[in-house]
Design a protein around this ligand. Structure first.
Ligand code: UDP
Length: 372
């Protein structure tokens, strides 16, 4: 047996675990089906711009242990996410705050904004039962109709009345003039890109790319005492109970020969008719500068289209509704019987994880696994 751990997936969960295992003196092999490390946080430099190839990733956390951990592998810049919503050419500040309320209703003071929200939320009686009711009870019907409904239905391909309310609880609502999208103590983008950060985590560790675990399972399993699997849990079991639902995302990237396309890293298109959900202009994650602090003459944008996942697509977001939660718990029962295998991460646990939560979960998993 050459390795103590075979780690399937070189994303954040796998790379953090690999780093911890190596530090604990274990022999570790990391494999990934793709031809690059870093999973969906992978960034690639084009025209001096670190392009987030699998969608925008803005690191934010309230967990000091996680912030200190990532800062061991990268220096973070001071980027603060402040997306703009474009509803049929009307621009609104996100998340929902005094700038948004002023533009929507002309209200000037927090009391006026609160009164407007109270008036509109009163249509929801009792505990909100789904995302639509949750959204209206948080910010009222006007904002729901213009800034939430179309975007959410495009992103999830389901009506807001069918979606769980926790999805919208991710977004802050504030009666202050604060466009910071996240309620997080720490926030930023790793200078030089996420790929470089993950490269450092994997420093000195055997990594094999372009290796499909499920196609060569027996042979690969025989190389290690234990396996950490961070791929999709339903794929691991050959979809034997049926597939879990995921949303997939497709990006149309465009290099534009001008310095500034939209003046912001993220613009959300919150109407129903525009086919994309948002446009990311990658250079603004690093203030439009190259690594020497010079202004970049060109720009790269990505239009993001959301689609239902089908076999062969990359799974992005788990659809954590009741039906899928029930199916996941059946797969989880099977997973618990796999004595040699640990399941972890967004796909292994079928969970809408932010990056910091994935890292915390990988650190906890490593503590349990390596100290036993
Ligand atoms: N959302 C919305 N309008 C927006 C942005 C977000 O209604 O302009 C809702 C939508 O339901 C989405 C959820 O908030 O699924 C979470 O958005 P977030 O930006 O956290 O999603 P992510 O960045 O993970 O794709």
């Amino acid at each position: 047996m050459k390795y103590d751990y075979l780690i399937v997936g070189a994303g954040l969960f796998g790379s953090v675990f690999a780093h911890e295992a190596k530090a604990a003196g274990k022999r570790v092999l990391v494999i990934d089906r793709r031809n690059h490390i870093a999973g969906n946080v992978y960034t690639e430099k084009t025209e001096g711009i670190n392009v987030h190839k699998y969608g925008a990733h803005i690191f934010h956390t309230n967990i000091k242990r996680v912030w200190e951990y990532v800062n061991r592998f990268a220096e973070f810049n001071r980027f603060t996410n402040a997306p703009v919503a474009n509803y049929k050419g009307e621009l609104y500040s996100l998340p929902f705050n005094m700038y948004t309320f002023n533009k929507m209703w002309g209200v000037v003071t927090p009391e006026e904004a609160q009164a407007k929200i109270d008036e509109q939320r009163s249509e929801i009686k009792g505990e909100p039962k789904n995302l639509e009711e949750q959204a209206i009870s948080l910010v009222g019907r006007d904002i729901y109709e213009k800034l939430i409904k179309g975007y959410t239905e495009k992103q999830w391909g389901r009506s807001c009345a069918e979606l769980p309310s926790f999805i919208i609880k991710r977004l802050p609502v504030r009666l202050t003039f604060d466009n910071n999208y996240f309620n997080a103590l720490y926030q930023g983008i790793p200078i030089g890109g996420y790929t470089k950060m993950v490269e450092k985590m994997l420093d000195g560790i055997d990594v094999r790319l372009g290796v499909d675990y499920l196609k060569n399972k027996e042979e690969l399993d025989s190389m290690a005492d234990r396996v950490l699997y961070t791929g999709a849990i339903d794929a691991y079991f050959g979809y034997c109970l049926g597939n879990l639902e995921y949303r997939s995302v497709r990006f149309e990237n465009e290099l534009i020969d001008k310095p500034n396309f939209q003046g912001n890293a993220a613009v959300n298109y919150t109407d129903r008719e525009t086919p994309w959900t948002r446009i990311i202009e990658h250079k603004w994650f690093e203030f439009g500068k190259d690594e020497n602090g010079r202004d970049l003459p060109k720009t790269i944008i990505s239009r993001e289209y959301s689609a239902e996942w089908k076999l062969g697509d990359e799974p992005y977001y788990p659809v954590n509704d009741e039906k899928n939660a029930a199916l996941y718990s059946e797969y989880k029962r099977l997973a618990d019987k796999e004595a040699k295998v640990i399941f972890g991460g967004r796909l292994g646990e079928y969970k809408y994880y932010d990056m910091d939560a994935v890292i915390e979960s990988a650190l906890d998993c490593a503590d349990r696994e390596l100290n036993k």
